[in-house]
Design a protein around this ligand. Sequence first.
Ligand SMILES: Nc1ncnc2c1ncn2[C@@H]1O[C@H](COP(=O)(O)OP(=O)(O)OP(=O)(O)O)[C@@H](O)[C@H]1O
Length: 310
Amino acid sequence: MIEFRGVSKTFPDGTTAVDDFSFVLPSHQTTVLVGSSGCGKTTLLRMINRMVEPSSGQVLIDDVDVAGQDKVQLRRSIGYVLQAAGLLPHRTVVDNVATVPILNGVGKAEARAAAMELLDKVGLDRALAQRYPRQLSGGQQQRVGVARALASDPNILLMDEPFGAVDPIVRADLQNELNRLQRELGKTIVFVTHDIDEAFTLADQVLILKKGGEIAQAGTPAEILADPADDFVASFIGADRGQRDLYLQQRRGDGGLTLVVDAEGRPVGILEGEAAAPSDPATSSDPATSSDPATSSDTATSSDTGDALR
Ligand SMILES: Nc1ncnc2c1ncn2[C@@H]1O[C@H](COP(=O)(O)OP(=O)(O)OP(=O)(O)O)[C@@H](O)[C@H]1O
């Protein structure tokens, strides 16, 4: 469990990125922070692993204030994936993945063997292990980034717009893979995006944020889609747009939700109970809610990955 208690952050230049933010992120679930550029998502994320220190308030992991923990240990114990994958350019794929375990004292051979298994886990061919990051596609680099973040078997995975720089098809693939991995691993994932579709696809819980980290609405995708808290949220999720051809898409494993998506795969609602039939396209003309989620071309602020490894 990650808890923000009355957290604020004002940077030295006087910018208040986060103003009195309180929220609990449950363990073993995916919480997605979504909001337009500059609303404080990245700042909130980076306060969890102390890459940003709060000006006031506390961030607690399982009831322990991170302020009292050794920064280096903390960062190495938390997986971190950035938009640009943040791979070390002069190290091979396998060595990128093995970096943190080796820093933590695991023997090189053992760390590399574990790294190869992680490549399997994230759906990467082992033949790519000896390549350098520049010899990979954007989607492959992101998979390596995820493998690297998982290498020390962290309980917490922080993901800052990790799929923002890849094309929509690869992005959908990566989202599906992450859902599959999460079913298997049950990590506590905090995922930042400005893409509401991505948020609904991945999240157990979505936080829609306004400037200063103000919470416009928090809830499951179904709750938010069914009952947007106000006009801001309705407009953000696009609930005021017209209806389109709709399809069903199974999300998560048994007992998982069935998303109603439009022709472009954008979530517009959720079916529950017996109505929630699996996968193949099934047109419905009477959705509970509809949306045409806002998109943005803003890119996430990412920082030197080295910081996360130091
Ligand atoms: N180091 C810094 N110094 C001064 N201001 C900063 C710093 N880092 C972030 N900010 C400001 O704090 C606010 C929140 O930034 P943050 O990166 O957390 O937003 P975000 O929601 O993640 O945005 P984006 O989606 O564009 O990455 C913005 O106004 C930003 O300009």
